[in-house]
Design a protein around this ligand. Structure first.
Ligand SMILES: [Fe+2]
Length: 132
């Protein structure tokens, strides 16, 4: 492999609100200020840097973050999703309301962050198996 993802920037209407939404769901420490970002370091060394957007919230370009978690972590995260009464979906584009999926011999679920960025939690990666 020629490269590894180090960080990505997610534009948000309020960087700490969005970063906290993620850390709260995954049970991670509070996001840290890093320059203009609210940084959320993930277990594999990739950092999600939330930035206050200079465009209006309705002009934000929606992004998709897929987070691979263990079965136990999925249980914990899904319990928080239900406890917080968040809408969730089994499929992208808001299909399969209030359901999870069982693709690729695992489980997956999608939620929207406060700006509508899609956050997917999955227990089994599907990138390399050719089934999409
Ligand atoms: Fe995905």
């Amino acid at each position: 492999m020629p490269a590894k993802l180090d960080h990505t920037i997610v534009h948000s209407s309020d960087r700490f609100t969005s970063a906290h939404f993620l850390t709260d769901l995954i049970g991670a420490p509070e996001p840290k200020a890093y320059g203009p970002f609210a940084a959320v370091p993930l277990a594999n060394g990739v950092t999600v840097d939330y930035a206050d957007s200079i465009v209006k919230p309705d002009r934000l370009v929606m992004q998709h973050l897929a987070l691979l978690v263990s079965e136990e972590e999925f249980d914990e995260i899904f319990a928080r999703i239900v406890e917080r009464r968040l809408p969730y979906w089994a499929e992208p584009a808001h299909k399969g309301s209030q359901q999870i999926n069982h693709r690729h011999h695992g489980r997956g679920v999608y939620v929207d962050d406060p700006d509508g960025h899609a956050i997917e939690f999955l227990t089994h990666t599907y990138v390399m198996d050719g089934t999409g």
